[in-house]
Design a protein around this ligand. Structure first.
Ligand SMILES: Cc1cc2nc3c(=O)[nH]c(=O)nc-3n(C[C@H](O)[C@H](O)[C@H](O)COP(=O)(O)OP(=O)(O)OC[C@H]3O[C@@H](n4cnc5c(N)ncnc54)[C@H](O)[C@@H]3O)c2cc1C
Length: 425
């Protein structure tokens, strides 16, 4: 039997506005749409559907936001992974369509927070930092794209010196500041959206691992103690998903880890990030950081480790944080945690169907906070019969990664090693 779990020991779980306690699924239920998984993909889908009047049931193995959603860096990274590939695939007008898709998620988050007055520490302001010369060229390319397509938000390239004075470290050679990206408390956003969906009639069942989907005209989602028969099913389990083996082979689950310091002194805050920006480097084995609302430094990165021992995570992450911020050498670390990111081989998010009425959305390759919000809207469109944006993704065939889950640990080790070498070139 699969044991449902509570939240990990993350900063988010410790500072959440409310702990959800939705009852497990029991008995035979009926819905228009059954969503499996209550992370951003599942909850965003449910909220978009509930707003349109559908009867939606969300079945979650653990708790709302338990997966990558409630553990991530909280960085609203504009753009969509695999954007160039999507543009090429679409041909004429592809670039413009991909650009619109890439930024739509940020707007949805902005609207959701406003409409439902969600208390989630939302802040706008972001720095993409460069380490090498080629990264600076990429940032210039991003500026050209922003100029070409237009941006409602302020953006500007920073020199090496400006970067150092903006974030109090000499590690980076320059940066692109973009006020259209930002950061927030992800678990509070997800729970706020879940509450909004429930207020519109959606039902959420926690601590209810789905054991199987019985496919047919009316697919049936089955748990230990109950079932939901629906017209449509949306699978939103991402890198934690385990029921449809075909989907597991489409994605490579990579671990990412975060440490959170004690709240920093006003002196430290004004030295390292007075403008309260989220910061991310361009490597695949990347590092990212930002301040929380109570002024902790949340410092994250990818490492060659696939466990979840907080002591090991501290040992791996503290030297990385000290390299960027030697002045924090004496700062206490209060939290250390990790989670799984779903990476696809071609980096393109995977929105597709496994039968006429069972859809899935997964594999955001590290850009999940914004893209899950777009994905939820596209899933709701799809259920409502508008397939235009769904078909863009569904027509890009996912590449199968043999043994992606069975040999996850070994493949993570090899994959991280490969990308570390690539990052150094
Ligand atoms: C440490 C870390 C840092 C990250 N940082 C960022 C960042 O700063 N910015 C960014 O854009 N992205 C980031 N990401 C990626 C982002 O978090 C994910 O892309 C996004 O949260 C995926 O949301 P999801 O709802 O698809 O999946 P998840 O949040 O993983 O949710 C899947 C849910 O499905 C449930 N589930 C799975 N199987 C079943 C089943 N059989 N029955 C019932 N329920 C099931 C799980 O319990 C889980 O709650 C990060 C990820 C990690 C791990």
């Amino acid at each position: 039997m699969i044991q449902p779990q509570q939240h990990t020991g993350s900063y988010y779980a410790a500072s959440v506005n409310e702990v959800t306690d939705f009852a497990p699924l029991r008995g035979a239920q009926r819905a228009d749409v059954c969503v499996i998984g209550a992370g951003f993909t599942g909850i965003s889908t449910a909220l978009h559907l509930a707003e349109r009047g559908y009867v939606v049931h969300v079945v979650e193995a653990n708790r709302v936001g338990w997966g990558a959603t409630g553990r991530n860096g909280g960085q609203i990274i504009g753009g969509i992974s695999g954007e160039e590939r999507i543009a090429r695939h679409l041909g004429r007008d592809g670039e413009q369509i991909a650009w619109q898709l890439a930024w739509a998620g940020n707007d949805i988050i902005r609207e959701r927070v406003q409409t439902y007055a969600i208390d989630c520490d939302l802040k706008w302001g972001y720095l993409d930092v460069a380490i090498k010369q080629r990264h600076l060229r990429d940032l210039h390319g991003q500026v050209e794209a922003l100029e070409k397509h237009g941006s409602k938000h302020e953006y500007r390239l920073l020199s090496r010196e400006e970067t150092a004075s903006t974030i109090g470290t000499e590690v980076y050679t320059g940066a692109l500041m973009n006020m259209g990206n930002g950061h927030l408390h992800v678990l509070n956003l997800c729970i706020g959206e879940a509450r909004a969906a429930v207020s519109l009639g959606a039902k959420i069942f926690e601590q209810s691992p789905v054991l199987r989907i019985e496919h047919g005209d009316k697919p049936r989602v089955v748990t230990e103690q109950g079932s939901v028969t629906a017209d449509f099913v949306v699978i939103a389990g991402n890198a934690y998903h385990y029921i449809e083996p075909k989907l597991r082979g489409y994605m490579f689950p990579v671990n990412s880890f975060i440490i959170a310091t004690e709240p920093l002194s006003a002196e430290h805050v004004s030295a390292i990030n007075p403008q309260d920006l989220a910061v991310c480097d361009p490597n695949f084995v990347l590092e990212y950081f930002r301040l929380s609302a109570d002024k902790r430094l949340l410092f994250g990165g990818r490492c060659n480790y696939s466990g979840d021992d907080p002591e090991v995570i501290r040992e791996m992450m503290i030297p990385k944080m000290h390299r960027v911020y030697p002045r924090l050498a004496d700062t206490r670390i209060d939290y250390a945690w990790g989670g799984r990111v779903g990476i696809t081989l071609n980096r393109v998010p995977q929105l597709g169907r496994i039968s006429s009425n069972v859809f899935y959305s997964q594999g955001y390759s590290g850009h999940g906070v914004n893209v899950t919000h777009l994905a939820g809207q596209i899933m709701a469109d799809t259920v409502a019969g508008t397939l235009e944006r769904f078909d863009i993704f569904a027509s890009i065939k996912p590449l199968v990664i043999p043994g992606a889950h069975t040999f996850r640990r070994q493949m993570t080790t090899l994959g991280v090693l490969y990308y570390k070498i690539k990052d150094r070139l």
